[in-house]
Design a protein around this ligand. Structure first.
Ligand code: COA
Length: 140
């Protein structure tokens, strides 16, 4: 049984670090505007097993664009539907916040996952260190 709850930014850091950027210092996974974001966790048996963070970077923008970042599920629990639950939650929250589009900088490894949610690449490929990314986006 997995439940999705709002969490504090600090609670996302261990999974952000261990899943996404294990070779970087712990500080690397903190985002400067984490305090302005909405952070969600998937809990299984009261244990936090996946995280995602949602941001409206420009609150004056019209139309409103939402962005999610630092999406990470514990490796031994990946591909069991937990990420799907979290991303569906983020889509609903983004709509609730008035956003009409949702985007992320996606690791190309995860492109097939994002396409399942109607997200498509809207940029050229770019790199963060050795990891290839593209911006993926969809309307809400
Ligand atoms: C991407 C991630 C958060 C998805 O969470 P998850 O719990 O594994 O996702 P789900 O189990 O809900 O996946 C749903 C479907 O997408 C597939 N899928 C999951 N990750 C995938 C990937 N990286 N590439 C292709 N398909 C993927 C699953 O096989 C599943 O298909 P199925 O229902 O036919 O079995 C998780 O795999 C993860 O943490 N990956 C490593 C970090 C990462 O790449 N984060 C994203 C950075 S942009």
């Amino acid at each position: 049984m997995v439940s999705i709850r709002s969490i504090k930014p600090e609670q996302t850091y261990p999974l952000r670090h261990s899943v996404l950027w294990p070779d970087k210092p712990f500080e690397y996974v903190k985002i400067e505007n984490d305090d302005e974001g909405f952070h969600f966790g998937a809990f299984r048996d009261e244990e936090l097993v996946a995280v995602i963070s949602l941001f409206i970077d420009d609150k004056e923008a019209s139309p409103v664009e939402a962005r999610f970042r630092k999406f990470a599920a514990r490796p031994d629990l990946q591909r069991q539907g937990i990420g799907t639950k979290l991303l569906n939650h983020v889509i609903a929250e983004a709509r609730r916040l008035g956003a009409t589009s949702l985007w992320c900088d996606a690791r190309l490894d995860a492109a097939a996952f994002y396409r399942r949610f109607g997200m498509e690449a809207v940029s050229e490929i770019f790199y963060k260190g050795p990891i290839p990314y593209a911006r993926f986006s969809r309307t809400l």
